[in-house]
Design a protein around this ligand. Structure first.
Ligand code: BGC
Length: 380
């Protein structure tokens, strides 16, 4: 009898110890997303959740509402999976005009167009101005608020398709777009974009994921180390429209040509930093080639050791240090979107290119196909 009781006590203790261990291994970012939170009707459109995984255990979830990355789990220095992309627990939370860009594809023209105007062949197009005097990320109803069609191929590839109707937010052309996400076995998330149009238009697609390589909700990104493979950036006016100049980063807070922490120079007295409230600028990539792509940036989380390398076909990289994050929304793990707790590194053509003749063209003509690819590769 005694033996049996002891055995039972022993078993119970070891079970509760295991439970504790599991608890201890659970991190604050270890959120399980429920399909039900993502099966929703938004603005009459059907949203759902898609999951990709690779053979190494990395995992990513997406919603077709905006063709968004919802979460991205990669191993840290202790082998623990960490969710490095900020987002929400429910699809409807993404339908928020106050914070519309978490994880989303932005388009048809990512970044700003000055005063909501541009001309093609002498015809002027007027767009709604949703960012002070300017148009940002395709206007109020860019592709971020559209339910794309999602088609998954196997465990690691997912293609979203959407045709933006002619004159949506003033942009000419029925613009047919696809975005393919592939989670490869070397822990890279590849994003391949394509677009065609039936009227001459402008296209500049990018992904607007907010990253925190220490994990969503783990504090600010100011101690992340960042290197950007560019010697110039495009200075802006007070409304964040490029002046047209390509300025040297050398000797300025914008010099990320050698790795440094994001926080090192962010509080310097500098007119450009003042305009952006921190970094909110486009860097001109030098064109250091890795497998025919431009090496754009290397970002390292100081707590997890997670390293993210970005490679792209694009000539520019917008670095936005989360300066407008202001605890307005609650993220997946219950934490608020506090000031600078995420950052965006958006591969793209230069802002306001439709109005700046010295910048590489973003014009897309009928009969042409726009294609571009960016890779976010994770290692330690
Ligand atoms: C822009 C920021 C803007 C942010 C919104 C970035 O791409 O550069 O100015 O506030 O998007 O999420």
């Amino acid at each position: 009898m005694m033996k049996k009781t002891l055995l039972l006590i022993g078993l119970a203790t070891s079970l509760s110890w295991t439970a504790c261990q599991n608890q201890a291994n659970k991190t604050t970012t270890d959120t399980e997303l429920s399909d039900s939170g993502f099966t929703a009707t938004i603005d009459g459109q059907e949203a759902k959740l898609f999951t990709l995984q690779n053979s190494k255990g990395a995992k990513a979830t997406f919603t077709n509402f905006g063709a968004r990355i919802v979460s991205l789990w990669v191993p840290d220095k202790d082998g623990k999976l960490t969710d490095v992309v900020l987002g929400f627990n429910k699809a409807v939370d993404y339908h928020n005009p106050e914070e519309p860009y978490y994880g989303t594809i932005v388009g048809p023209f990512g970044n700003r167009i000055a005063k909501g105007k541009f001309s093609l062949d002498g015809e002027e197009f007027t767009l709604p101005t949703n960012n002070g005097a300017n148009t940002l990320h395709g206007g109020f109803k860019g592709v971020h608020f559209a339910a794309w069609e999602g088609k998954q191929e196997g465990e690691n590839k997912l293609t979203f398709s959407y045709t933006l109707p002619d004159k949506n937010e003033g942009f000419p052309g029925n613009i047919a777009m696809t975005v393919t996400y592939t989670l490869t076995d070397d822990n890279a998330l590849e994003i391949a974009y394509s677009a065609t149009t039936d009227k001459k238009t402008v296209v500049n697609l990018t992904n607007h994921a907010y990253f925190n390589l220490n994990g969503e909700g783990s504090g600010t990104i100011l101690n992340h180390s960042l290197q950007i493979y560019g010697d110039q950036y495009t200075p802006v006016d007070s409304t964040l429209i490029p002046t047209g100049e390509l300025a040297a980063v050398k000797g300025t807070p914008f010099d990320f040509s050698q790795a440094k922490t994001i926080g090192r120079d962010i509080e310097q007295k500098d007119e450009q930093l003042r305009y952006g409230g921190g970094y909110d600028h486009n860097f001109v990539l030098r064109g250091d080639k890795v497998d025919q792509l431009n090496h754009a940036a290397t970002l390292i989380g100081d707590k997890t050791g997670i390293k993210m390398d970005i490679y792209t076909e694009e000539p520019g990289l917008q670095f936005y240090s989360g300066n407008f994050m202001a605890e307005k929304v609650t993220l997946k793990n219950g934490k608020k979107d506090a000031f600078r707790t995420g950052l965006c590194l958006e591969t793209q053509h230069f802002p306001d290119a439709p109005n700046q003749t010295s910048f590489a063209s973003t014009v897309l003509e009928p009969g042409q196909t726009y294609t571009t690819k960016s890779i976010y590769k994770f290692s330690l």
